[in-house]
Design a protein around this ligand. Structure first.
Ligand SMILES: CC(=O)CC(=O)O
Length: 652
C-alpha cells in the first residue's frame, strides 16, 4: 500500500537546469519559482500568451489588436493575427519527422523533407477535389502516417479536419460526420487489431452513402497491403484514375498524392477552425467541438515544451487512436520539432508489454499511455527494460492510483511519472507535471501555465485542501472557438457555463493543495456521496482493483439529490476467480477500513465486463441512469462503446 503524497522522484539540479521550462523562465527574466510563474501566467494572460508566441517564434503575423478581449464564453484572442497550424508544424527540414509502427511489425519513417513533400502532394490532390478554406475533410483512419499527412494538408488550406477511428461503428461515425457535412472522406479498407484483421470496406461504403455532402471518397488499401496475397475488398483505383459512385468520386491514396504540388499555407485568423473533435454525452448527437489554429499552436507549444519537456531530438509516444484528442496532442510534437511515434494496434498484442517494447525499440524519450495500461503492467508483473533514452512517462484518461505512480518509480528509477488531466474540450491538460517538480504518489504536481484552475464548493467559492468542482476562471486560447452548428452558442454555453456563470465547469472533482499540487477524483457527476462524505470513484477502484481476483470494477451510488441510495459494486473477475463469501468479506473489510464504513457496498454483483467508451473511460453516469430507470437504449450510445454487449447485465 502506497500512501498518497509519498515522495517518489525529485529533479536533480542538472534536470532543472536543462529543462525547457527553465530556459523559458530565464528568457522571461523570472525566477525558477513555478507557483510564482503560474500566478503571473493566469493573472496576466495577455502578457503570458504573448510571451509564448514570441518565445517560440510562431510563424505568422501576431497583429496589433488586443491579445484578449471579452469574457467566457466568447473571449477572443489575438485580434488581427494570422497564422497556420501546418506551417508551424512543418517548419523543420532536417532529420526524422515521423515514425510509424504497427502491431504486425510494419515500420516506416518519414524525414521532414518527405513529410513536407507528402503534405504538398496531398494538398494538391485535395485542391483538385475542390477542397478549399473552410471545407471539411473527414477521416476514418487508424493512427497511420496518412492521417498526419492529410490532417496537415487540410490545415494548410485553411480547410477543417475531423477524424474517427475505424473501430467506431457506422452509426457513431455518421452521427459525427453528418453534422459537419464533409466534402471529402479519407478511409482505410480495414485494419489489424489484436492479431485479427477487420475489413471495414462495407462500413466505409455505408458511411459514404449517408453523407450527401461528399464530393469524393479517398481509399487507402491499408488492410490489403498488410494482408499479402489477399485480394483487396476495394481495389485501389489505378494511379490518378477516378471513378464515379452515387456519393461522389472514388479515388485511391496514390491518386490523391500523385501530383507534386507547392507547399503553401493559407494564413488564417487566430480562431479559424483547425479541427473538429467530438465529445459524446448520454443524450443527443456528439458535440462537435471546434478548435482554432492559434489556440492549438500556442497551447501545444506551451504544454508539450514546458509540461512534457519535449524539444527537437525527442521521440514522443502516446498510445491513442485518431478518435481521441491525445492523437491531436501526439502530433503536436511536430510543433516543437520532436518526432511522434504513431502506433496502430493493440496495447497488449502480442504481449501485455507490447507498448514498453516499442518504447525500447524506438528509443522513445517520452512515453504516454492511459492510466489503465500502467495498472495492467503492474498487475502483469512487467519489468520494462531497454529504456535508456526515456526521460518521462505520462498517464491520462483516468486518475492514476498511487500504486501506479509507485510502480513506475520502482521499475523506471530516475524517470518521473506525470499524470496529466484535461480533456477533449481543450485538447490538452489543465493540470500536469514539469521537470521542476518532485513527483509524489497519486499527486499531480501543478496547474498548467495559463490555466487558472480552481476547486469550487457548491456555492461557487474557491476551496483549498478540499475536494471541489474543477473550474477554470480565466479563458484559455485552446477552449473551443465554437461547437459546429451552434450559431447562438447555446449548446456551448450549456455544456460548460450552466452552473457557474462566466466560469468553465469541467465536470471533474479536484482537490488543490496549498502548494498548487492537486488530485483528480474522477467525474463530478458520478461521485459517491455517502452520508455527506464525498468521494470520487477512483478512490473506490483503487481499493477494489488491488485484489488479484478483480479484473475490473464499477461502483454506482443510486442516491439522488441528497437522498442516500444504494451503493452497488460491479466486478468482473480475473480468469479462474470466483466471488466467494470470503472474497466479498475481504472487499468489504478493505473498503470499510480504507475508505469508510459508509463506503461498504450494499451489494456486489458479478458482470462479464465493465462498460467502457472507445477511449477506455468507465461508463459510470450511464449505468447510474439505467439503475435509476432510464432504458438502456437511451442511457448510452452503443457505437461509442468498446463493449456495448455488457450493458444488458446492468439492470435496476
Ligand atoms: C488530457 C486528458 O485529460 C485526456 C483525457 O482524459 O481525455
Amino acid at each position: 500500500m502506497v500512501a498518497e503524497g509519498e515522495l517518489l522522484w525529485e529533479p536533480s539540479e542538472e534536470v532543472v537546469a536543462s529543462a525547457e521550462l527553465t530556459r523559458y523562465l530565464r528568457w522571461l527574466g523570472r525566477s525558477g519559482d513555478y507557483e510564482e510563474a503560474w500566478r503571473w501566467s493566469v493573472e496576466h494572460p495577455a502578457e503570458f500568451w504573448t510571451s509564448v508566441w514570441d518565445y517560440f517564434e510562431v510563424i505568422g503575423d501576431r497583429g496589433d489588436g488586443p491579445v484578449l478581449s471579452g469574457e467566457m464564453p466568447g473571449a477572443t484572442w489575438f485580434t488581427g493575427s494570422t497564422l497556420n497550424y501546418a506551417e508551424n508544424a512543418l517548419r523543420r527540414t532536417d532529420g526524422t519527422a515521423l515514425v510509424f509502427v504497427s502491431e504486425d511489425g510494419a515500420r516506416q519513417e518519414l524525414t521532414w523533407a518527405e513529410l513536407r513533400d507528402e503534405v504538398a502532394r496531398v494538398r494538391a490532390g485535395l485542391v483538385k477535389l475542390g477542397v478549399g478554406r473552410g471545407d471539411r475533410v473527414a477521416a476514418y483512419l487508424p493512427n497511420i502516417p496518412q492521417a498526419v499527412i492529410a490532417c496537415l494538408a487540410t490545415a494548410s488550406l485553411g480547410a477543417i479536419w475531423s477524424a474517427g477511428s475505424p473501430d467506431f461503428g457506422v452509426p457513431s461515425i455518421v452521427d459525427r460526420f453528418k453534422q459537419i457535412e464533409p466534402k471529402v472522406l479519407i478511409a482505410v479498407d480495414g485494419y489489424h487489431y489484436n492479431g485479427r484483421s477487420y475489413d471495414r470496406s462495407a462500413a466505409v461504403n455505408e458511411i459514404a452513402a449517408q453523407l450527401p455532402s461528399l464530393r469524393a471518397t479517398v481509399w487507402i488499401p491499408y488492410l490489403a497491403a498488410a494482408d499479402e496475397g489477399r485480394a483487396p475488398q476495394q481495389a485501389e483505383p489505378a494511379r490518378g484514375h477516378t471513378s464515379e459512385t452515387p456519393h461522389g468520386e472514388v479515388i485511391g491514396w496514390e491518386g490523391l498524392r500523385a501530383e507534386k504540388g507547392p507547399l503553401e499555407f493559407e494564413r488564417v485568423p487566430f480562431d479559424h477552425p483547425l479541427w473538429i473533435l467530438y465529445s459524446s454525452g448520454t443524450t443527443g448527437l456528439p458535440k462537435p467541438i471546434v478548435h482554432g489554429h492559434g489556440g492549438i499552436v500556442l497551447e501545444h507549444l506551451k504544454s508539450l515544451s514546458f509540461h512534457q519537456d519535449l524539444r527537437e531530438g525527442d521521440v514522443f509516444f502516446w498510445y491513442t487512436t485518431t478518435g481521441w484528442m491525445m492523437w491531436n496532442y501526439l502530433i503536436g510534437a511536430l510543433l516543437v520539432g520532436a518526432t511522434p511515434v504513431l502506433y496502430d494496434g493493440s496495447a497488449t498484442h502480442p504481449s501485455p508489454a507490447a507498448l514498453w517494447r516499442i518504447a525500447a525499440s524506438e528509443g522513445v524519450t517520452y512515453f504516454g499511455v492511459g492510466a489503465p495500461y500502467i495498472m495492467a503492467s503492474l498487475k502483469a508483473g512487467i519489468h520494462p527494460d531497454g529504456l535508456d533514452r526515456l526521460r518521462g512517462v505520462g498517464s491520462t484518461g483516468s486518475p492514476l492510483p498511487p500504486e501506479g505512480f509507485a510502480w513506475v518509480a520502482a521499475e523506471l528509477p530516475g524517470v518521473p511519472i506525470g499524470s496529466f488531466s484535461g480533456g477533449t474540450d481543450v485538447c490538452t491538460g489543465f493540470v500536469g507535471a514539469t521537470m521542476l517538480h518532485a513527483i509524489r504518489a497519486g499527486v499531480i504536481p501543478c496547474r498548467s501555465l495559463g490555466a487558472k484552475v480552481e476547486a469550487y464548493d457548491p456555492a461557487g467559492k474557491p476551496v483549498v485542501g478540499e475536494v471541489g468542482e474543477l473550474v477554470v476562471t480565466q479563458p484559455m486560447p485552446s477552449m473551443p472557438v465554437m461547437f459546429w452548428n451552434d450559431p447562438s452558442g447555446e449548446r456551448y454555453a450549456e455544456s460548460y457555463f450552466d452552473v457557474y456563470p462566466g466560469v468553465w465547469r469541467h465536470g471533474d472533482w479536484i482537490k488543490i493543495n496549498e502548494d498548487g499540487s492537486c488530485v483528480i477524483y474522477g467525474r463530478s457527476d458520478s461521485t459517491l456521496n455517502r452520508g455527506g462524505v464525498r468521494m470520487g470513484t477512483s478512490e473506490f477502484y483503487r481499493v477494489v482493483e488491488r485484489f488479484e481476483e478483480i479484473a475490473d470494477s464499477l461502483v454506482i451510488d443510486t442516491g439522488q439529490l441528497g437522498q442516500e441510495g444504494r451503493l452497488l459494486l460491479y466486478v468482473s473477475l480475473a480468469e479462474g476467480a470466483e466471488l466467494t463469501e470470503s472474497l466479498e468479506r475481504a472487499l468489504c473489510a478493505a473498503l470499510r477500513t480504507e475508505l469508510s464504513p459508509r463506503h461498504v457496498p450494499n451489494e456486489i454483483r458479478v458482470v462479464p465486463g465493465i462498460p467502457r467508451t472507445l477511449s477506455g473511460k468507465k461508463l459510470e453516469v450511464p449505468v447510474r441512469k439505467i439503475l435509476l430507470g432510464t432504458p438502456v437504449e437511451q442511457a448510452a450510445n452503443p457505437d461509442a462503446m468498446a463493449n456495448p454487449e455488457v450493458l444488458r447485465h446492468f439492470t435496476p
